[in-house]
Design a protein around this ligand. Structure first.
Ligand code: OKP
Ligand code: ZN
Length: 344
């Protein structure tokens, strides 16, 4: 299994985020990828840089004005006399207008994001398009006949929607990979999101589609981020009705219950009969994750990898979250090992 990676992710290094009432150093750090890469290189994986893709590939999933906002946001911020991390301070919640996008950068930021944990710095856009290209490259490898490929994306993507960012995510890498597969001869695609947090962006992007199914295992939004989406009664709409499946799980979930939910996920995926699988791989379900509360162990990630690889579907694995930096390499390598056994 090939690993697609570029050091350009380092250009994105948000200084801090709003977390439980305080500005704290960003959990989503370049070190995460350094440690994953080290573990995969040690395990002997072939690492390759991403190919270049035209902007049209992004616009298959994202709104053009939104992409333009991300591209120019930090320059606008600097032009207004500031520097460093951009964070918003107001959002168009209930009772406020959603039909007028403010012309100023502060209002535009609140318009396009939904939280204050997703900083934009001078190099964010460079890292964001590099991550998108990693995901597209992994999808291209699979479209061209590889049985599996891994995109070591950073920043992650599953909270980003057609025209919004948030949750450390700017462009939706997994959605771009799924759309690329659809556009290059692949039949139906299933996106399976195993990050601790609900993939609200991916759900939004494919909500009304029956050609890309979205299935997510995550901590219940009753208490966990992103709080306002990810309940079991969200099933898709229009042509996509029945093509979204949410399996929210309680705090403290361990492997046996997780595994049972995974079986339900695959029952639904099997009914959809996809030609390929995209896995949004977050390892923030780990017992020592600093912002999460599931209890998976490093050994459990090998089981998870075995469950995913056993489907025998062409698979694009896209990196999402995971903030227990010391163990993130072993946990990701644990999942990928099962695929590598099948494809090396
Ligand atoms: C991104 B991914 C809670 C703040 C939550 C955002 C978490 C984003 C997770 N106080 N901050 O799904 O791993
Ligand atoms: Zn997460």
């Amino acid at each position: 299994m090939r690993v697609v990676h570029t050091p350009l992710h380092e250009r994105h290094d948000g200084a801090y985020e709003l977390h439980r009432g305080a500005l704290v150093p960003s959990f989503e750090s370049p070190e995460r990828v350094h440690i994953i890469l080290q573990a995969l290189e040690q395990a002997g994986y072939g690492v390759m840089p991403p190919r270049e893709f035209p902007e049209a590939a992004l616009l298959r999933v994202h709104d053009a004005e939104f992409v333009e906002f991300l591209r120019t946001a930090h320059a606008r911020w600097r032009a207004s006399g500031r520097d460093g991390s951009m964070l918003p301070s107001g959002f168009p919640a209930r009772g406020l207008r959603r039909d007028r996008r403010p012309s100023g950068i502060n209002g535009a930021m609140g318009w396009y994001t939904f939280d204050a944990s997703t900083p934009i710095v001078a190099g964010t856009w460079e890292a964001v398009i590099a991550a998108a290209q990693c995901a597209l490259t992994a999808a291209a490898l699979v479209a061209e006949g590889e049985s599996a490929a891994y995109a070591l994306c950073r920043p992650p993507g599953h909270h980003a929607g057609r025209s919004f960012y948030g949750g450390y995510c700017y462009l939706n890498n997994a959605a771009l990979a799924a759309q690329y597969l659809r556009d290059h001869g692949c039949g139906r695609v299933a996106v399976l999101d195993v990050d601790y947090h609900h993939g609200n962006g991916t759900q939004e992007i494919f909500w009304e589609r029956d050609d890309v199914m979205f299935v997510s295992l995550h901590a219940s939004p009753e208490t966990e981020y992103p709080y306002f989406l990810g309940y079991a009664d969200e099933c898709g709409a229009g042509a996509g009705e029945g093509c979204t499946l949410n399996l929210p799980l309680p705090l403290g979930t361990r492997w046996p219950e997780y595994r049972a939910a995974l079986d339900l996920a695959f029952e639904a995926i099997d009914r959809h009969a996809p030609a390929a699988l995209v896995v949004s791989l977050g390892v923030d379900t780990f017992e020592a994750d600093p912002i999460s509360a599931f209890k998976l162990t490093t050994a459990d990630y090998r089981e998870l990898g075995a469950c995913l690889a056993a489907r025998g579907l062409p698979t694009v694995v896209v990196q999402e979250g995971g903030y227990a930096v010391a163990e993130i390499g072993a946990n990701v390598a644990g999942v990928l090992g099962a695929f590598a056994g099948r494809t090396l």
